[in-house]
Design a protein around this ligand. Structure first.
Ligand SMILES: [Zn+2]
Length: 292
């Protein structure tokens, strides 16, 4: 993963061989026998970086395979009705308020970006709270839709320098072929003292789980074949940020409480008691900050 660090191979299996064969056929409802042709002789190879301990997939889908993967096989769970519910909007609304708290300025002067915005719900909420909101999205269909809803759509290559006070990235970095390069670019676009929220599946202990892998269990979701190209544990996340010149910083407790909307349902209160209080908004996310 880190360019200079030789890796250790944790797992290797051809896509057309068991147990990955069965995984693909059962995980993707739209995946059929004929689809193995698209994977040719590819194989799932999981490497652990000796420097940062991130676990990454050597085989990264590109071209027609990439399109088919996200627009056909995995399309079922990414439609426009995804997140069209109160729970999502409450949680995202709290995150948007947290972004505003951390930006530490009037809404109209706060500039935020959602990297990997999907259909653009997060930047639309940020805009509704008065912020200047931008979004990056690789899927043309989703980016086009977001633009029709008033989102300022930009590409990673044209991000302004030293502009954003808060960048949101929710379940994106595990999919990226070049997470380090990408985070460096995002870091360049942060205003002095700006924040990045990075939420990814928890890749802690994945090397141990791969010693006796059960591909039918959720435990291996952080290394889901073809999709989750990077699994980050805590040390790997810290190193990822450090290589982009960012510090890992836990936002102040007061900012989390100030961003809470209404009373929490009992399940969330219980979760808050079981975990540190600071994790009640954006649970499990990692926060990085640019130098002031
Ligand atoms: Zn590394």
């Amino acid at each position: 993963m880190c360019a200079t660090a030789p890796g250790r191979t944790l797992y290797r299996c051809r896509f057309a061989d068991p147990p990955i064969r069965e995984y693909l056929l059962s995980f993707y409802p739209g995946f059929g026998e004929e689809d193995f042709a698209l994977l040719a002789d590819g194989e799932l190879v999981l490497e652990e970086c000796s420097r940062c301990s991130a676990v990454w997939q050597r085989f990264a889908p590109a071209g027609r395979l990439l399109t088919t993967l996200y627009e056909t096989w995995a399309a079922g769970d990414g439609g426009l009705d995804r997140h069209d519910d109160v729970a999502y909007h409450r949680a995202a609304g709290e995150e948007v308020l947290l972004a505003l708290e951390l930006a530490g300025r009037r809404p109209s002067e706060a500039c935020v970006l959602d990297f990997g915005m999907g259909w653009g719900r997060w930047p639309r909420l940020a805009a509704a709270f008065g912020m200047q909101a931008f979004g990056v999205e690789l899927s043309t269909a989703q980016a086009t839709y977001a633009a029709t809803q008033g989102v300022n759509v930009v590409s990673l290559d044209e991000l302004p320098r030293a502009r954003f006070h808060f960048i949101n990235s929710e379940q994106v970095f595990e999919h990226l072929v070049e997470p380090r390069e990408t985070l460096r670019r995002l870091a360049d676009s942060l205003a002095p003292g700006g924040w990045i929220k990075l939420a990814v599946p928890d890749g802690s202990g994945i090397a141990e789980k791969l010693e006796q892998p059960d591909w039918s269990s959720r435990a291996l979701n952080p290394v889901a074949p073809l999709e989750h190209l990077n699994a980050f544990g805590r040390p790997a996340l810290a190193e990822l940020g450090a290589q982009a010149g960012l510090r890992r910083v836990q936002p102040p407790l007061a900012a989390f409480y100030a961003s809470t909307i209404g009373l929490w349902p009992p399940k969330r209160i219980a979760r808050g008691l079981a975990r540190p209080l600071v994790r009640r908004v954006a649970p499990g996310a990692t926060f990085f900050r640019a130098a002031l």
